[in-house]
Design a protein around this ligand. Structure first.
Ligand code: NZQ
Ligand code: ZN
Length: 389
């Protein structure tokens, strides 16, 4: 445990089939005007929209709606929501959807009363938030990002072709989140497995850095095993409640600062994916998977012991008679096999990338890195592998 830390998480989680029953009592804690923020219609198809409207009406709330929040939410949409919040004096933003809707709600929350340009202040200069923060709550319909219990908010600024994320302090976390795994049953397999790889990637980003003996690494290995196990069940039977529950809770834990506490971390896969997403608008988890395979094959030798540990502890690779390199690579091969079994995309051309985009993506990617800090040329080489995979 080499790095000091402070950990705070104020989000109340209501988990399970009857979690929505807690909405009414929670609403008593906030004022009269609620902004309902949601995407392009999935919540209407599953009846959740009608159910929530009826609960809000029973509680005598004024309802303001922000609909049409797109996957990979744009700064323009954030500004539309911020205006609505100011005009209606919104007391609580209730986000219903996946990570995009919840991230957008948090961005609206910090931007509505921001003086000056919120994009520059909060997503470029990473300034602390010094203005009023409108409380956000969430009802989750897609497991993957962990946005329901963290301060993360990833926003795409289409004008400058940048997808930037940041983790705000805990006072931007949702104040409460309602997690009913049944709400995820209607997800197309494509979105379900994209979310599954996203949660795995959050754990790997924290894992692949550092040489010290840290509790977080043991937690990550356990959580990865749980996700892999439940993913296989959920892919075969998407309405298996236990598997979907395990995935939903694993995802909340995975992208929660708790899994990376006291560790140095990597996050380069996410940085590359964010720019891939800025250019292609691809599903986040799919982009991560396509980048991860060539990235990890490129950097494994710089963190060999950790990749050996990953192979043995997460993928049960047998080490008998094998070199460390062989074991490490077998671990990555096992992950590729899993990715393919789930139907996760491994080729960025399939995700909308063109050859001309590759240098633009590489040159605009933020460079972080764990075992190896890449150059823009190395990122380009990784993208080229992902393009021809
Ligand atoms: O628009 P609707 O109709 O709601 O459809 C959505 C959307 O098309 C659909 N969907 C959601 N729940 C559904 C459903 N369809 C049927 N049934 C349901 N129950 O799924 C599509 C994708 O939704 P989206 O919210 O975009 O997916 P996800 O949860 O993967 O969020 C991705 C965004 O989160 C960011 C990503 O970069 C990306 O912008 N991230 C946020 C993080 C955070 N807050 O900490 C961390 C992550 O690393 C990630 O970067
Ligand atoms: Zn992610």
């Amino acid at each position: 445990m080499n790095i000091d830390f402070t950990y705070q998480n104020p989000t109340t989680i209501y988990f399970g089939k009857n979690a929505i029953d807690n909405l009414s009592s929670e609403l008593n804690n906030y004022g009269d005007t609620i902004m309902l923020a949601y995407g392009k219609g999935a919540i209407k198809k599953i009846g959740l929209y009608d159910q929530v409207i009826s609960i809000l009406e029973k509680n005598g709330k004024n309802i303001v709606e922000l609909s049409g929040i797109m996957a990979n939410p744009t700064y323009e949409k954030v500004m539309e929501g911020a205006k609505l919040v100011r005009e209606n004096n919104v007391d609580l933003i209730l986000a219903i959807g996946g990570g995009s809707v919840i991230d957008c709600a948090k961005a609206i929350s910090v931007s509505a009363y921001c003086e000056g340009d919120a994009w520059t202040r909060y997503w470029i200069q990473y300034e602390p938030v010094d203005n009023k923060i409108v409380p956000v709550a969430s009802i989750l319909t897609l497991a993957g990002t962990g946005s329901e219990m963290n301060g993360g908010s990833v926003i795409t600024n289409e004008e400058v072709k940048l997808k930037n994320g940041r983790v705000f302090p805990a006072n931007v976390n949702p104040v409460f989140s309602i997690l009913n795994p049944e709400y995820t049953f209607s997800l197309p397999t494509y979105q379900m497995v994209s979310g599954i790889f996203d949660m795995m990637s959050h754990l790997m980003e924290a894992y692949f850095s550092g040489e010290d003996d840290v509790t977080s690494d043991y937690l990550i290995e356990g959580l990865l095993r749980s996700i892999i196990h439940s993913a296989k069940i959920a892919v075969g039977n998407p309405t298996d409640y236990e598997a979907r529950s395990n995935l939903m809770w694993s995802s909340t834990l995975a992208m929660n600062p708790i899994m990376g506490l006291s560790k140095t971390q990597d996050w380069e896969v996410h940085m590359i994916e964010h720019q891939l997403g800025a250019y292609t608008d691809c599903a986040h988890g799919m982009g991560l998977a396509a980048v991860s395979l060539p990235y990890y094959r490129f950097i494994y030798k710089y963190g060999l012991d950790k990749f050996v540990r990953f192979a043995t502890q997460v993928w049960n690779v047998d080490t008998t008679g094998k070199s460390k390199d062989e074991v490490a690579l077998e671990g990555i091969d096992a992950m590729e096999q899993f990715i393919k079994e789930c139907g996760i995309v491994t080729n960025i051309k399939e995700l909308g990338a063109t050859e001309e985009m590759l240098p633009l993506i590489a040159n605009s990617t933020v460079i972080l890195g764990g075992y190896k800090v890449l150059t823009a040329d190395e990122i380009l080489a990784i993208l080229k592998v992902a393009y021809t995979a």
